[in-house]
Write a protein that binds this ligand. Structure first.
Ligand code: NAP
Length: 302
């Protein structure tokens, strides 16, 4: 098995690994700091050098940072992505009472500084707006980004879950290209393939980051007719492609899109991470890609 290659996320960089390790669920993995470090080293050895985190992912940044502190030399071997913008529900009286978005300049800077502190690093390779804030003032976001860039706290900026018009609006206020739109892409939910978001990424030669490629596990576990149709189709394709699992077929399906996505892995089991890497060697043809589309929809293309 070869090393996972790096891809240019946008015309002027950065280069991230084609498969990225997601750390949203890190708290549930119940690993010691040493086990977390071992896991990190193992996926970096496979070439999965980019990691994804977020301020809202519970203790995930702290847990990741604790592992990294055991081997600070690992920092140079990885690219760290984190996100800001979601304020969770209040835990103390007098705090805000609903989960909400905040993309004011002060909130962006405060959140980023907190992420850096939790991760125990001086710089993020990329900072993403986690979700579109209905009250987003693009000028304020641009000001925050330029301050974070000038202070060396963040190298590159991107967004997540943005529509194409929200992406265009923010881009119009920035001096450098957004490097990604991190969006959900899997055989159960591929709205972005149909609503113009991936067209726009392809137009700008920006690689989307695909989250929940396995639909959070739903593809394996759901008993809906759609999930059952998908499993049947993916099993047949696995045989045709010589894949060792339907996981590999799903990642190959996501990665085939011409917008050139990079795919996030959500598993905390190194064997499953290794299995996903096998997807990179599969050659899925166009008709096979559409068979997954048809299995998901339950009807043929018009
Ligand atoms: P995912 O790969 O769709 O789902 C991972 C889940 O599927 C894990 O619970 C995993 O369990 C389970 N799983 C994997 N293989 C399985 C199998 N063969 N059978 C049964 N269950 C299986 O990814 P995700 O965790 O939802 O998302 C990946 C990353 O995307 C996150 O870590 C985060 O970084 C990012 N993300 C971003 C956003 C956003 O809004 N920007 C939203 C969600 C996620 P095990 O751990 O036991 O293998």
């Amino acid at each position: 098995m070869g090393l996972v290659e790096k891809v240019l996320m946008a015309p002027k960089g950065p280069s991230f690994s084609k498969l990225i390790q997601g750390y949203w669920r890190l708290g549930a993995w119940e690993m010691t700091a040493q086990q977390r470090l071992t896991f990190l080293k193992q996926h970096v050895e496979m070439g999965i050098s980019t990691v994804d985190n977020a301020a809202i992912y519970g203790d995930s940044e702290v847990l990741f940072g604790d592992a990294l502190r055991l081997a600070p030399e690992m920092r140079e071997q990885i690219q760290i992505v984190s996100k800001f913008g979601i304020n969770g529900i209040a835990t103390a009286p007098g705090e805000h009472r609903v989960s909400h978005y905040d993309s004011s300049k002060a909130a962006i800077i405060r959140s980023t500084e907190n992420s850096l502190q939790r991760l125990g690093v001086e710089q993020l390779d990329a900072l993403l707006v986690h979700r579109p804030d209905f009250l987003m003032d693009a000028d304020q976001v641009a000001e925050a980004f330029s301050e974070l860039k000038a202070s060396g706290k963040v190298k590159h900026f991107g967004v997540s879950n943005f529509t194409s018009s929200q992406f265009e609006l923010l881009q119009s206020r920035l001096n450098e290209p957004l490097i990604t739109n991190q969006v959900e892409i899997n055989p159960i939910n591929f709205d972005v393939i149909e609503n113009g978001v991936l067209d726009q990424q392809q137009q700008h030669r920006v690689s989307p980051m695909a989250w929940s490629c396995l639909a959070g596990g739903a593809i394996f576990n759901d008993q809906t007719p759609q999930a059952q149709r998908l499993r049947d189709c993916l099993e047949v394709l696995a045989q045709e492609l010589g894949a060792t699992s339907i996981t590999q077929v799903i990642f190959a399906w996501v990665l085939k899109h011409p917008a050139n996505p990079v795919a996030l892995i959500g598993s905390g089991k190194i064997e499953r991470v290794k299995d996903a890497v096998g997807a990179l060697a599969l050659e899925m043809n166009t008709e096979q890609w559409y068979r997954v589309w048809v299995a998901s929809k339950g009807f043929s293309v018009p």
